[in-house]
Design a protein around this ligand. Structure first.
Ligand code: FHN
Length: 643
């Protein structure tokens, strides 16, 4: 069967075959999006894999993420537990780099009338710089002092485990030798044509064990096809091709999209469906990618993680991993006038707060026009790294999960949990108790504290049960620096052994009233469905107007309040042990609902029933659970049984 036919065979009969549709089948070598040469190693295995499939099976499948049409579930794993996201969840701390043609201005533009306008990466728009003038300035851009090794070393020394650099910001200027246009660092600058800073950064990051990701702005102020509805598809095709260049040529671990929001000047036509299709395409190119939620519309169903900006959520985010991104001063790009630097203490305390709530911290640097990271940034990063590497204080960050289930998030600092039996209570220095005073730690479920010690100190801590938790009374003063970490060895509630569940019975109907004979009946290992716009529970069920009822039993592993969280679109109802605990039957856009059920005993089986309907448009249905001892995950297969 010819490749193109194989692609068509893969797409549902309803699917309009077009150049764009092929993005849904990126394994197809005839697919225009694949006209660029793949990287030698991976492409060979991909090609061989596809060839084998072609020989042994009529249709070419390039992995579930690249499938499209009825019967597709785009949720290929649980970002909370998958091996694909493990590095990201463990990393905790990354370096953001905003670097582009805007850096040439170093934050300041003198208008023809002599007035001075200040901004960083938005300078073209904020200061209304004419495009011709901006292009002239870009022509002078020569980041000759960009030192990838030094930047990666600074990140590593700071304790940052990954780097995300702007490959293309809103000004559309590509920081790599893209073939899609000449508005890039290779073709439109004074930079050496023999250099490629993304390649230099990739080499340096690989050599130092640092993951590399690329920021990519969907919103493009420069591309002539971006503003108009009739030409936007041409921009989108170039965007797909640029992203494929980045993946094929630099093998990023992560893509950080931005510029997804509805706006004008130029009007941004990017839609939720565009985001869904792009995510499918990218995961078809590289199933290992971690992708943020700005690939779509910055929602809980887009990408792998949420992206709160310049802020820290007060608690773990429901239904999604999250990463807080922040500037070190107030500017993302370099701005020589902006000297309002955060202190290293603030950075450490932010990182501790974020770790205690199961998030990541992406902290930004903005290199100047020569590519040099400001000394003020490097000094702070150095201080942060020193704190983290002193006396094991980094234990309060790396490889931790949030402890906000087990204990209340304290006003005096932050608490993170590491493994089964360690809590790291970080007391922010101003909150260190006066002599003879104690800190209170509220426990949400009973557990025992066996010992306590202050890292980087010979001081002791007396722990006494008090009220709804424990009083922690240190013997001495605080440790120098941002925070004093009290390591608590605890005996928490223990889980029962994992169950032997296989999942829930799933009956899907080609209607929204659960009427008649199910069009498909199966055992679903989990309730983890991202049908998006084109998918459905089975090939014979159209992408709209369907329903699924999951039934069976759920087996808790802890005898403690159990919170069920649903992420649904269009409607959801959830019964546990015969009680209707979530009832959201008004058709809705992707929405989180939660219900906490008490009295369930570990190891026992309780009836569970989930009903989901999809009217039209997007469709999603995920069932998570969490408890004081258990961070939020998709309810695992082992704890679900169909009968
Ligand atoms: O407009 C951009 C801004 O320049 C910067 O890149 C930040 C970083 O997350 N994102 C957008 C604002 O939300």
């Amino acid at each position: 069967m010819r490749w193109v036919d194989a692609c068509r065979a893969q797409l549902s009969p309803h699917h309009h075959w077009s150049r764009h549709a092929c993005h849904a089948c990126p394994a197809c070598p005839a697919c225009p999006a694949r006209t660029r040469s793949l990287r030698p190693v991976r492409s060979l295995s991909l090609l061989l894999g596809a060839v084998l499939l072609a020989v042994t099976a009529p249709a070419v499948t390039a992995g579930p993420a690249s499938a499209a049409g009825p019967g597709t579930n785009h949720a290929t794993d649980d970002p909370f537990t998958s091996s694909r996201t493990a590095w990201f969840r463990d990393a905790k701390f990354g370096m953001f780099i905003h670097f582009g043609a805007y850096s040439q201005y170093e934050g300041e533009y003198t208008r023809p009338d002599g007035t001075v306008c200040r901004n960083a990466e938005w300078i073209k728009r904020s200061c209304a710089i004419p495009t011709a003038a901006y292009e002239t300035a870009a022509r002078q851009f020569n980041p000759s002092a960009f030192d990838a090794q030094a930047i990666v070393s600074a990140a590593k020394n700071a304790g940052q485990k990954y780097i995300v650099i702007t490959s293309k910001h809103h000004d559309g200027y590509a920081m790599w030798p893209t073939k899609q246009n000449t508005w890039n660092l290779r073709d439109h600058s004074s930079f050496s044509p023999d250099r490629d800073i993304l390649a230099e950064l990739k080499t340096a990051a690989d050599a130092q064990g640092i993951k590399l990701g690329f920021y990519y702005s969907i919103w493009d102020w420069h591309d002539p096809d971006f503003p108009n509805a009739d030409t936007f598809p041409k921009y989108r095709t170039r965007m797909y091709a640029q992203l494929k260049e980045l993946i094929d040529n630099y093998d990023p671990a992560l893509l950080w999209f931005d510029g997804e929001w509805d706006t004008d000047n130029p009007v941004n036509r990017w839609s939720r469906q565009d985001g869904a299709e792009l995510e499918t395409y990218l995961r078809g190119l590289d199933p290992g990618l971690v992708i943020n939620n700005r690939v779509g519309k910055r929602r809980v169903v887009d990408g792998d993680y949420g992206t709160p900006e310049q802020t820290i959520p007060g608690a773990p985010v429901d239904g999604q991993l999250w990463e807080s991104c922040m500037t070190l001063n107030n500017s993302w790009g370099y701005a020589k006038h902006d000297t309002d630097w955060k202190t290293a203490t603030t950075v450490v305390q932010n990182l501790l707060d974020i770790s205690g709530r199961s998030g990541n911290y992406l902290l930004n640097v903005g290199p100047d026009k020569l590519g040099r990271v400001p000394a003020a940034s490097l000094d702070r990063l150095d201080d942060v790294g020193r704190w983290l590497s002193t006396a094991g204080q980094g234990s309060a960050v790396y490889g931790t999960g949030g402890a906000t289930g087990l204990v209340a998030d304290p006003a005096w600092g932050a608490v993170a949990r590491k493994g089964h039996a360690k809590l790291y209570a970080s007391v922010f220095t101003p909150s260190w108790p006066a002599a003879g005073q104690a800190l209170h730690l509220t426990a949400k479920v009973p557990f025992t504290v066996n010992s306590a010690r202050v890292l980087n100190s010979s001081g002791t801590v007396t722990v006494t049960k008090a009220g709804d938790g424990f009083d922690l009374k240190p013997s001495g003063g605080p440790v120098d620096g941002a925070a004093s970490v009290i390591e608590l060895s605890i005996t928490p509630p223990s889980p029962t052994a994992p169950g032997s569940g296989t999942g829930l019975k799933a009956e899907s109907f080609a209607n929204t009233s659960f009427s008649g004979t199910p069009a498909a009946t199966t055992t679903d290992p989990t309730v983890n469905k991202a049908y998006r716009f084109d998918g459905s529970p089975a090939a014979g069920i159209p992408a709209d107007n369907f329903a699924t009822r999951w039934t069976g039993f759920v087996q808790p592993r802890y005898s403690e309040p159990l919170t069920f969280t649903t992420l649904s679109d269009d409607t959801v109802r959830l019964w546990v042990d015969g009680q209707l605990v979530i009832d959201n039957t008004t058709p809705h856009v992707p929405q989180v609902n939660k219900a906490t059920v008490t009295g369930l005993q570990a190891g026992q089986k309780y009836a569970i029933r989930v009903e989901h309907t999809e009217q039209t448009g997007e469709a999603h249905m995920k069932l998570f659970w969490s408890s004081p001892s258990m961070e939020q995950v998709i309810v695992p297969r082992t704890q679900l049984s169909p009968s």
